[in-house]
Design a protein. Structure first.
Lengths: 208, 208
DNA sequence: TCCGTCTCTAAGCGCTTGCTCACCCTCGTT
DNA sequence: AACGAGGGTGAGCAAGCGCTTAGAGACGGA
């Protein structure tokens, strides 16, 4: 992680790598608008307006509206993959690492559900090359989770008849959090993360 | 179920209740287009073209493009709820009924993933009143699944610390099948249904 | 035969869209 | 003081949008 993504205090600063500041403001505005209305229902005038700029200003920093979506999608997927890998490559048993991965992955999808919604559900709005690039990142996410489950099975920790299918289900479950999660709801991101980690351990038949 | 929805052979005839035939052709075309590109990216000309008609023909059968989406959404949700209730109100233990519900619900989301994708992911494109109507149907789906889990817990069949949260997770898991399922993929709708029924039984801690 | 009804089309209206262009303002450098 | 570079704007273009309208053709009943 680059220094630009962290404040001096060390807390996470999203979109810190996007410069200059005007480009970042536009990108944050686009994330909000895309998450609320969807990519196709969002106009470039709406994005520029939210960022406090004229419609033409957008095209100084981004070539097209689709490039904006691609930047958002790319950064978001990189972050999601980084979170999964940090947990998967950590110490501990396969069960501990899987629970860790699910907990942090779900927490991210809940906490930053605005971004996650765009990242996960607006994939089809990308052009062919950009979409292919993102699909490859997803393949890596899948491989990361499958690896932990494989290790758990090999170590006798898990009981999983269908590793590939279970991997898809686990990732699907986590990703869909961004669709239904509501910040005003009863549950905090931490609570949902803990619940889901428990559910996934049950899915893979980890002994408690 | 009305007679119009079934062929003489008894097999399921989707959109059978939509008449006249031209209106049904338009609706089927709209489902395909909405599923492929999303509601906002689909033009009325595209829908009419797929149905082999002129753009103006659409407005003989539907007042607006949004009404088309509403009809699709309404019929789809009715069908989904009917499937869930048929399983939940059946005979057998809570575990059997929950497995049955998940199996048939998932099978529907896989088999008819085109429709399901529109029904489940284009909710926000509806106007306020139409959206409220659909949200109410979803509440009933949630209540149906929650009921079965509650009964399983009461009967000592299940071990579920958080019934509300687990219900959301189960439904979310099933619904998201429509996003990733691919007819050309390796798995049949039946196989995915069986896998998911097993996974859900594990999630609720049903003894095998 | 004439009429009213229903389904559908060709043409197009008013508006919004993504995006461009000519121009201006604010800088740090010389 | 003069300058070049880069970030910003107001106005607007071509294209495409959802939807309407005038009228054509088919058809059943009086």
């Amino acid at each position: 992680m680059s220094a630009a993504e962290e404040t001096p205090g060390g807390e996470d600063m999203p979109w810190g790598e996007v410069t200059p500041e005007a480009a970042r403001r536009l990108l944050v505005a686009a994330v909000e608008a895309f998450a609320e209305r969807g990519y196709h229902a969002t106009t470039t005038r709406d994005i520029a307006g939210r960022a406090g700029m004229s419609p033409a200003a957008l095209y100084i920093h981004y070539k097209t509206k689709e490039e904006l979506l691609h930047r958002i999608s790319r950064i978001g997927h990189d972050k999601a993959l980084e979170i999964l890998r940090a947990a998967a490559d950590g110490d501990g048993t396969a069960a501990e690492r899987l629970a860790d991965a699910v907990r942090s992955f779900v927490r991210w999808h809940a906490e930053r559900h605005t971004t996650a919604r765009v990242v996960q559900y607006e994939l089809d709005a990308l052009g062919p090359e950009h979409r292919a690039e993102i699909v490859e990142l997803r393949r890596q996410s899948d491989a990361t989770v499958r690896g932990v489950i494989d290790e758990g099975v090999a170590a006798g920790e898990f009981d999983v008849p269908d590793v590939a299918g279970t991997t898809v289900a686990v990732l699907s479950l986590c990703i869909d959090v961004s669709r239904w999660f509501n910040a005003q709801g009863r549950r905090s991101p931490d609570e949902v993360g803990a619940l889901y980690a428990d559910l996934v351990l049950r899915m893979v038949g980890a002994q408690k």
